[in-house]
Design a protein around this ligand. Sequence first.
Ligand code: MG
Length: 204
Amino acid sequence: GRVPSDATVLFDGSHLGGWQGRDGEAKWKAESYFMEVVPGTGDIQTRRGLGDGQYHLEWRAPHIVKGESQGRGNSGVFLMTLYEIQVLDCRDNPTYADGTTAAIYGQFPPLVNACRKPGEWQSYDILWTGPRFDGERLLTPAFVTVIHNGIAVQHHREIQGPTRHRQATSYQAHAAELPLKLQDHGDLVRYRNIWHRAFGGETP
Ligand code: MG
């Protein structure tokens, strides 16, 4: 796909220079036009902070299907390093509802299963408005709309707080811009064509 003229390209397929891993350098594989999780090397995140806007990512679950439920093609897109939109191979792969593909992990299932077959590229367009704080106090929570392969699967959902697994969550004050993080969950998930467009003007 073409990149809009007002977008910041976060990964164009050539190198991981704009990304870092837990010990500094991002240790995932970047080759030809995509990056791929190298299991055990940890999550990676952009060097720059990002806030409100449209996040576009394309991802691909491994074409060799193995594992089941959360063990199949698992990764994740963490907005502002804290709030996960699940990446999973959910084609013929039952799992718990708020852990399936395009779920706001641990909070809201998607409206519909829009998954393509494993091995096929899929897209996420994530419209994100981050939380606002006044000192330590939450003023407004984050809101997210997720479009998976052109299908709206989350519509203006109010995020309850940072992603937790089977636990209540609550906000902790943080900066207005934080890195975009991708999850190493041990599966050979690939990403390509990642960009962000900041929303101009006022947001609530
Ligand atoms: Mg995940």
